[in-house]
Structures are given as structure tokens and as C-alpha cells.
Design a protein around this ligand. Structure first.
Ligand SMILES: [Zn+2]
Length: 510
């Protein structure tokens, strides 16, 4: 019995030594010349700031580069050619928008191009409708049946109608109103700006804001929404018969009269954004786990590879730190895992996501359409800006931020509360590498601040590594020359050690 016990200890010691040795060999794969070579390419002017819509498609070139790299080091493709297509809508305003009121004889009494679409129901909206319903300020609509109707609602509320306040756009109030109305499934909702705003300031302001071309993630749930539109009081006057009628109507409503009024004039309108469908790409590769059961659980390493493109003056924003640094760190972490002769028990996923700067499109799309099940994902570790070290007073522009760039040993390590074990494992390996983890960032704000948010939303334990904001954040000065490669290596080493530990840990429960 004793002999068996000793033998067992001997063999587990041997296994431990063997594993430590294998780990060291793998860690040696993470090296500075590689990091430099990759980042020098990714953050070069040729890629034009890795954004949608530039002359040279630097975003796609980067995706291809990452996929070629994944092939070269022997990662498995998680999807065909390593690419998960992320559908992005590029919206520009339709040139033919109009709103028109016709009287009972079919004669046009009002026609204008003053129309703004306030929500993102995709596509062009066109409507020809009789029996328009005025519903005052949209208050007390609980019992109202407006399904399939075209409702006209006033900006602001009865209480503020006469005061100065009414001239301001109160986003919270209008949002709540919109949501309450949309829930009742009208055909469309037309909001009319305050008639006392005689210069149409609010209308012009929102027109400027909403009609800019923009990018949005194509999601499944937006197309069926009723259109929410904004117009000036002229259209309301036309519907009510003559100039000045609308303000009279609102005064009566504000004084307590019945708000709901039917009008049988015909209202026609056509508006919308004409979206062009673009295809961005997440790059998804993995090292398959060696345990027949645990290989169906995953540790995801993630970094966004996009940046903010070219400025109006032609300056290229190379984003060496944001987030070339995280992109290349994960390339090296992947090489280290791929080089292990005996792979860890769980599978390790390498996820380079697109369009973070546009609003986390890539990570959001991945989480809504996961390649590997999220309930089998034991951790998602997001690297976003891990390549800078405090560079003296110039970085003090961030002195009032809780996330100012750290010194050589410091690292922001933000975790959510799903599984406390993750933060513990992280802290242990930080200590091993002489890194000083800072987990004090306000979670409310920073859990939303990058790609990890979408994993967090789905209840996946997350970790976010960052070295913090510096003088060149989102500036043309975010260049390779200012990168501290030694620091990137330390973060990549940490990723490997934490990932290795997580992948082999027998019990992970949360
Ligand atoms: Zn970033």
C-alpha cells in the first residue's frame, strides 16, 4: 500500500515536472521579434487604419493575414476558412424622402421633404394612409387601440408644453413615449416638433444627427419595427385643415381636452435609409482539447483587430496599441498552445473580432450566433490595448480617468462576478510574473466598455486585460514606435498561464 502511494506521488510529481517543462517550452514561443514583426504589419499605413469603407480594405487584409497565420501554426478552423461573416448595414439617407397630405378630393395640400426617421427599422418605409390618429402628447395611451394606425404624437408633454422646457429634446421622455407606442404595433408613428419652436431648431438638430451615413450591425429583430418619424408642425396643420390649428389643438389637450382625434385626410410618406449590406469578418480558430469530455468546453481568447481608419485630413490612424497589441498578443498565445505536444484538456478558442470601434459588432454577433456554445464557455478573456507603459507627463491627460495607463508592472484586470475562481487564478499567475493586477475599475461602466460585454451579458465569466489610456489613445500617435513589446509579452505569458490552468482544471462550476 505504502509503495503504491509512494509510486503515485512519484508519478504525479513527474507529471507535474513534465507539465512545467512543457509549459516553459510553450512560453518560449511567445517572443518579442514575432510580436514586433506582426504589429509592424498590422499597424502600417498600408492597412489604412483597419476600418470599413477605406479605399484599401485594410480590415479584410488583416482578417486574411490572421487566417493565414492560423493555418501556418496549425490552428483548427472553427468555421469555414476561419471566417465568421458579420453582416453590417451601411446606411445613407434616401434622396427621395417626402411627406404629403391630400384632401378628400385627392388634391395635394401639403408636400415637403422635411422628414426624419428616428429609429433603425431597416429599409425604405412607404405608406399611403387614411384615418390618421392624433394622440396628443402620447400620455395615457394604455387603453388606446392604435394597431395598424398611423399615429401622430406631439414632442414633449402637456405639463411642459407652455414652458421653456418644451423647446428642448428630452431624450428619456421621448424614448419612453416611443417604446410605449411601438409596443401597441401602429403602422407608423409620426412625432411633430413643438409648434412654438418657430425656427424648427429641434427638427434641424435631429435631422443633422439622424441623417448622417452610418454603420449598424444587421440584427434579426429590427426589420419588423414600425417606423418612427419626425416632422414639423406644418404637416399637422395641413391634416387639421389650416395653419395654426395644431397649436390650438395642443393647447386644448394641455388644458385637459380629449387628445384622440381622427382625421380622414390622406397622408402619404416615403422615407428611409437605403442600406448597403457589407460583410465584415470575425476570425475564429481553436486548439482542440485532449480530454474526450472536457474538449467540449472552451476558453476564449479575444481581441478586436479593427481600428478607426483614416481622418478627414488623410492621416492614417494605425491603432498600434488599440488594438494591434491585443491582436498580436493572441497570435503568440495561439502559437504557444499550438506548440504543446500534449494539448490541455479543454479546447482553447482564438477569436479576433471585427468592428469593435463601430459598436462591438463582431463580439455582439459572435455572442448572438456563437460558434462554440456559450454555456460551455468557461471563460472569455478579452485583450484591448495591452501595449503601453506610462510615458511621463504627456500621459497625464488621463489623470482624472480611473483607467490611466499603468507602469511596467501594472495591469487592469477587470472580471465580472459570474465565477470568482477566474479572478483567483488570474491573481495567482499575475503574482508569478511580477504583475500587479488592478481590479478596481467601476464595473457598471467598464464591463460595457469593450467586447467582453457581450459575453458578460450571456453570463460567461469574463476577464479583460488592459494597460490603460495614454496620450495617443484614438490619435495618430498610436504608433508601433511607442509600443512596449516587453509588456505585451508579459500579458501574453499571463494569458498562456491562465489559459493552461483553466483548460486543465477539473472542476469549474458556476
Ligand atoms: Zn480598442
Amino acid at each position: 500500500m505504502l509503495i503504491r502511494k509512494i509510486a503515485l506521488i512519484y508519478f504525479s510529481l513527474l507529471a507535474l515536472l513534465f507539465s512545467a517543462n512543457a509549459q516553459n517550452e510553450a512560453l518560449a514561443k511567445i517572443d518579442i521579434p514575432d510580436l514586433k514583426e506582426y504589429l509592424t504589419f498590422i499597424a502600417s499605413d498600408e492597412l489604412q487604419g483597419r476600418e470599413l469603407g477605406t479605399e484599401v480594405n485594410g480590415l479584410e487584409i488583416t482578417a486574411n493575414y490572421l487566417a493565414a497565420y492560423a493555418t501556418e501554426i496549425g490552428l483548427k478552423p472553427a468555421v469555414e476558412n476561419y471566417f465568421q461573416t458579420v453582416p453590417v448595414l451601411h446606411t445613407t439617407r434616401s434622396k427621395n424622402d417626402f411627406i404629403e397630405v391630400k384632401n378628400k378630393k385627392g388634391k395635394s395640400v401639403y408636400r415637403s421633404e422635411e422628414l426624419v426617421k428616428l429609429n433603425q427599422s431597416h429599409g425604405v418605409f412607404s405608406l399611403d394612409k387614411e384615418s390618421v390618429l392624433f394622440i396628443g402628447f402620447g400620455e395615457n395611451i394604455e387603453s388606446l387601440d392604435i394597431e395598424d394606425k398611423l399615429v401622430i404624437v406631439a414632442q414633449g408633454n402637456a405639463e411642459s408644453f407652455s414652458g421653456e422646457e418644451a423647446f428642448k429634446w428630452q431624450n428619456r421622455l421621448e424614448r419612453a413615449k416611443m417604446n410605449a407606442i411601438i409596443e401597441k404595433q401602429p403602422k407608423a408613428m409620426l412625432m411633430i416638433t413643438n409648434p412654438k419652436d418657430t425656427e424648427n431648431k429641434i427638427f434641424k438638430q435631429l435631422q443633422g444627427w439622424m441623417n448622417r451615413p452610418g454603420y449598424s450591425l444587421k440584427t434579426d429583430d429590427l426589420t419588423e419595427q414600425p417606423a418612427v418619424l419626425l416632422a414639423t408642425p406644418k404637416v399637422a396643420d395641413a391634416l387639421l385643415g389650416k395653419k395654426g390649428e395644431y397649436i390650438k389643438y395642443l393647447e386644448e389637450v394641455a388644458a385637459g381636452s380629449e387628445a384622440v382625434t381622427e382625421v380622414s385626410e390622406t397622408l402619404s410618406l416615403k422615407t428611409g435609409v437605403e442600406p448597403e449590406l457589407l460583410e465584415a469578418k470575425n476570425v475564429v480558430a481553436y486548439v482542440e482539447g485532449s480530454d474526450p469530455v472536457l474538449q467540449n468546453e472552451y476558453i476564449v481568447f479575444m481581441a478586436h483587430y479593427d481600428h478607426i481608419g483614416v481622418g478627414k485630413d488623410g492621416d492614417v490612424y494605425n491603432g498600434a496599441d488599440d488594438n494591434g497589441s491585443g491582436t498580436v498578443a493572441i497570435m503568440e498565445v495561439a502559437e504557444a498552445f499550438a506548440s504543446l505536444k500534449e494539448k490541455p484538456k479543454r479546447s482553447i478558442v482564438f477569436l479576433w473580432v471585427t468592428c469593435e470601434e463601430k459598436g462591438h459588432f463582431g463580439s455582439r454577433y459572435y455572442c448572438d450566433h456563437p460558434v462554440f456554445p456559450l454555456d460551455k464557455t468557461v471563460a472569455s478573456i478579452n485583450l484591448d490595448m495591452v501595449g503601453r507603459v506610462y510615458d511621463g507627463p504627456r500621459d497625464d491627460v488621463w489623470k482624472d480617468s480611473p483607467k490611466k495607463v499603468k507602469d511596467f508592472d501594472g495591469l487592469y484586470t477587470l472580471a465580472n462576478d459570474v465565477w470568482p475562481g477566474l479572478a483567483e487564478i488570474n491573481a495567482a499567475h499575475c503574482a508569478e510574473l511580477g504583475l500587479v493586477p488592478d481590479s478596481s475599475l467601476p464595473k457598471e461602466r467598464f464591463l460595457r466598455a469593450s467586447d467582453h460585454y457581450h459575453f458578460h451579458k450571456y453570463g460567461v465569466p469574463i476577464l479583460n486585460y488592459a494597460t490603460g489610456y495614454h496620450a495617443d489613445y484614438h490619435k495618430v500617435g498610436d504608433e508601433v514606435e511607442r509600443i512596449n513589446f516587453e509588456k505585451i509579452k508579459r500579458v501574453a505569458d499571463l494569458c498562456f498561464l491562465v489559459g493552461f490552468d483553466l483548460a486543465n482544471k477539473i472542476d469549474i462550476e458556476f
